[in-house]
Design a protein around this ligand. Structure first.
Ligand code: CO8
Length: 266
């Protein structure tokens, strides 16, 4: 099944080449703040990328030198009502869930501020590379609000309860090295090399067997929400299912024939 890409994007740039899509949040004047329209464009683009068999890995980054995304758009937050705020949070959570569950690796290339909703967006990605100049955090507490795109949940799962509570309650931005120490980002690289590193990693992942990649992401994400024994059964089921793929045969045969496997996603 394929799904058409949005015909026009006001707030995102999309570039596709060699099985890798680069999706850039493009509101640099407001540090790529996530307004409703941006989130909706993200939702539609992510769905199209998910169903595009030619795309095997996605890089998500921010336009400009300063920010990945400095959070939800505070202009919209300032005027929200209780029910509007709840709807807004649920809509945003849905978009981030789509990213987490799209079944392809999504690499956040964190090129600057990743604050509030921006940090939450990065946490929904499969892996996070940070420029050494990046700053991450959940400053919602300083606005008298709480995170609403599942930041309280993903942060605690990613870095542990105590560390998450410190980041959430102080609201202080932390630098890339500290984010790495906490386990919030996978790697820190010099800012000038961020996109090249992200592309190299994306190319590595894009060459893997796509169904196995999808199952691993799924097993980790779903498994973390299950009791351990059930998660093991889930993993074993996926292990059984993978035996039905041509890629399993190709991967094992290539090893025995001492050659590089060519995976087809079948
Ligand atoms: N929303 C809207 N505009 C923003 C945002 C934002 N999150 N962040 C920056 N901007 C705008 C600024 O207002 C400014 O606009 P202008 O030029 O018109 O004055 C422009 O971007 C440039 O920003 P600064 O001049 O402030 O740049 P500095 O380099 O001085 O500072 C900072 C950079 C430190 C990143 C600073 O901009 C800042 O603190 N931004 C806000 C960070 C923040 O608090 N983020 C969390 C927002 S709350 C959130 O994300 C909740 C998510 C869950 C929502 C759930 C659904 C309701």
């Amino acid at each position: 099944m394929t799904l058409a890409y949005p015909e026009h994007l006001n707030n995102l740039l999309l570039e596709r080449a060699d099985a890798i899509a680069v999706l850039t949040l493009n509101r640099p004047k407001v540090l790529n703040a996530l307004n409703t329209e941006t989130l909706d464009e993200l939702r539609r683009t992510i769905l199209a990328l998910k169903h595009d068999e030619t795309v095997r890995a996605v890089i998500l980054t921010g336009a400009g030198e300063k920010a990945f995304a400095a959070g939800a758009d505070i202009n919209e937050l300032a005027v929200q009502s209780p029910s509007g705020g709840r709807d807004h949070a649920i809509r945003g959570q849905h978009v981030l869930d789509l990213i987490e569950q799209m079944g392809k690796p999504v690499i956040a290339a964190i090129n600057g501020y990743a604050l509030g909703g921006g940090c939450e967006l990065a946490m929904a990605c499969t892996l996070r590379l940070a420029a050494d100049t990046a700053k991450l955090g959940q400053p919602e507490i300083n606005l008298g609000i709480v995170p609403g795109y599942a930041g309280t949940q993903r942060l605690a799962r990613l870095v542990g309860r105590g560390r998450a509570l410190e980041v959430l309650l102080t609201g202080e931005a932390i630098d890339a090295q500290e984010a790495y120490r906490l386990g919030l980002v996978n790697r820190v690289v010099p800012a000038a090399e961020l996109m090249a590193e992200a592309r190299t990693l994306a190319a590595t992942l894009a060459a893997k067997a796509p169904i196995a990649v999808r199952y691993i992401i799924d097993a980790v994400n779903k498994g973390l929400q299950m009791p351990f024994a059930e998660a093991q059964v889930y993993e074993a089921t996926l292990f059984g299912l993978i035996a039905s793929t041509e890629d399993m045969r190709e991967g094992t045969r290539a090893f025995l024939e001492k050659r590089k496997a060519a995976f087809k996603g079948k």
